[in-house]
Write a protein that binds this ligand. Structure first.
Ligand SMILES: N[C@@H](CCC(=O)N[C@@H](CS)C(=O)NCC(=O)O)C(=O)O
Length: 216
């Protein structure tokens, strides 16, 4: 399968992480927002939502949205639970990720790290920081409730909810959000990074997870 991504997209990182953890081989077609690749007709033809990630499936069709792609890749694996309560709990945390978690963290990283020159005292940044801290507090409370070795939605085994929530939580410090106040989150990040076949933002270079460098 072929993944359309960009080098530093956290939403595409979710997909590459999931594919690696589930042992699904994927090829990458890495585009550049700065070069205008996402506005080109060749990309728009396969990406009606005009965002990465997009995954080309074996039948030639294209699937958009990171969480839909995680759901696709996890079928038949323990990353998508086989009980209705388990599946429903995963959906709860996927909704949380899109509704309250990803956007403020992604925007802060974009404004303050990837496009340097942003002002953390700007009203928009202050609002994003407040929303990001509120989301991390919810996540920390949930992880503490799940126990020392527990996972976000399903206590005994990680699910696609853990994969979905990992990248932007891990990269929160790039947007000025320190993780020291969230001990259960910090321990959970380490558990994810210890999983067999964990994949860093730049494959094989976990020390660059918080890097602003474009070079591969
Ligand atoms: N809800 C979407 C969000 C995807 C998204 O925001 N993608 C960003 C990169 S991380 C993008 O393609 N941005 C292009 C642009 O802003 O022009 C998902 O979870 O996949």
């Amino acid at each position: 399968m072929l993944l359309y991504d960009t080098l530093r997209s956290g939403n595409a990182w979710k997909v590459r992480l999931m594919a690696s953890l589930a042992g699904v081989p994927i090829e990458r077609r890495t585009l550049s927002i700065d070069r205008g690749d996402l506005a080109k007709p060749s990309f728009l033809a396969v990406a009606p939502l005009r965002h990465v990630p997009v995954l080309q499936l074996p039948d030639g069709s294209h699937l958009a949205e990171s969480l839909a792609i995680l759901h696709y890749l996890a079928q038949g694996t323990r990353w998508w639970p086989d009980t209705l309560p388990g599946q429903s709990s995963v959906l709860t945390w996927l909704s949380f990720e899109q509704d309250r978690h990803m956007k403020p963290l992604a925007q802060l990283r974009l404004i303050l790290a990837l496009h340097p020159g942003g002002d953390p005292q700007d009203a928009l940044c202050i609002a994003h920081a407040r929303a990001a801290r509120a989301a991390l507090s919810v996540l920390d409370t949930q992880l503490a409730r799940q126990g020392q070795d527990g996972w976000v939605a399903t206590r005994d085994h990680p699910s696609i909810a853990d994969v979905a929530l990992y990248p932007y939580t891990c990269m929160a410090p790039m947007g000025g959000i320190a993780l020291n106040d969230y001990p259960a989150v910090q321990a959970w990040l380490k558990r994810i990074e210890s999983l067999p076949r964990y994949q860093a933002l730049f494959p094989g270079q976990p020390e660059r997870n918080l890097s602003t460098q474009e070079q591969p």
